[in-house]
Ligand binder design. Structure first.
Ligand code: MG
Length: 346
């Protein structure tokens, strides 16, 4: 079968400047991949490259011709396992670029079979989770205002970015504004192990679900120290990229936070879920600053998750793509009537 492919870069302004421990962004660039079969059926996927993992829109565009050549050579989009393996052999790094192709292929295959992705996987759409809505770092008063706005928009699950000299004050303030919300925090590697334990001991009074990535990924012994001394569960994000990382972190965290853009594709994402479960970990799926061209696909993992942080599209000023309905963050797969990931141009 002849498959036609195309690539388009899109600029996506954020609704608010978004600050985490590593820096601030006001807009993001995603690279959209389209794969069309002989019947005119089009699969859509997106890459949301992260400089933290060495990728930019330019690096994605630089490797996509090699990846799309693998797809065109394969000729059969249903050969997902073989295509993803050959893409890994062709381009070892660049997971966001590979992921865009993986998502577009899954979307195409499901459209050809006329089923939503969760049905292709045999998953139960009623066993879903509510995505958190992320409150980025700002002055404490602004973070409180953003929390109020999130609550007004119907969000009851919030993730708070930390990594400041007033982290305890921030948690106390947000818990005050949102007494009923499910709350978790993410330090994005900002703390030393001892600082992390000191802060987490103070957080224990505020009913947090877990603390994400307290220390740098380069300090696995530090992560072990925090996990052994923390009164709250610990989630690993930057410390865990692919399924092969799961056994390396399993004895020093409680929650594995997978992201499509770290692991390089939907098959690898499901391998992470199964590896994490085999090690007794809870599973979360997070995201980068992403449009629904990729978020829509991640939403179909919801029945396999304990936690979702799939607010990438919600944090954009305007998303050129629609995806899976997420009222108040609740990932509503049973409302997906379109085949594929549910992505379409808005
Ligand atoms: Mg994180």
């Amino acid at each position: 079968m002849t498959l036609e492919t195309s690539v388009e870069r899109v600029s996506l302004p954020l609704e608010f400047p978004f600050t985490i421990a590593r820096g601030t962004s006001t807009e993001t660039a995603n690279v959209i991949v389209r794969i069309e079969d002989e019947d005119g059926v089009v699969g859509i996927g997106g890459a949301a490259p992260s400089t933290h993992y060495g990728e930019t829109a330019a690096t994605v565009e630089a490797v996509l011709p090699d990846l799309l050549a693998v797809v065109e050579d394969a000729g059969d989009p249903h050969q997902l396992e073989r295509i993803e393996r050959r893409m890994r052999e062709a381009v070892a790094d660049n997971p966001a670029a590979r992921c865009a192709v993986s998502i577009a292929l899954h979307d195409l295959v499901c459209k050809r079979l006329d089923v939503p992705l969760y049905r292709y996987w045999g998953l139960d759409p009623d066993r879903t989770v509510t995505s958190s809505y992320t409150i980025g770092i700002d002055d404490t008063e602004t973070m409180a205002e953003k929390t109020e706005t999130a609550l007004e928009r119907g969000h009851d699950t919030l993730k708070v970015k930390l990594g400041t000299d007033r982290d305890v004050e921030i948690v106390e303030t947000i818990r005050d504004v949102a007494p009923e919300a499910r709350l978790y925090v993410d330090a994005n590697e900002a703390w030393t192990p001892k600082e992390a334990v000191r802060k987490i001991e103070r957080f224990a009074a505020y009913d947090l679900e877990f603390v994400e990535q307290p220390v740098p990924a380069e300090n696995p012994e530090g992560l072990r120290y925090v996990s052994e001394h923390s009164p709250l569960p610990i989630a690993a994000d930057e410390s865990l990229l692919t399924a092969a990382d799961v056994p390396r972190v399993a004895d020093r965290c409680d929650v594995a936070n997978l992201k499509l853009m770290k692991c390089g594709g939907l098959l690898e994402a499901r391998r992470i879920v199964h590896a994490a479960r085999a090690h007794g970990l809870q599973v979360m799926c997070g995201c980068m600053s992403e449009s629904n061209a990729s978020i829509a696909a991640a939403c179909h993992l919801a029945p396999l998750l304990d936690y979702a942080d799939l607010d990438g599209s919600l944090l954009l000023a305007d998303d050129p793509y629609d995806g899976v309905p997420m009222p108040g963050g609740r990932i509503d797969l049973s409302a997906v009537t379109r085949a594929g990931t549910g992505v379409r141009e808005a």
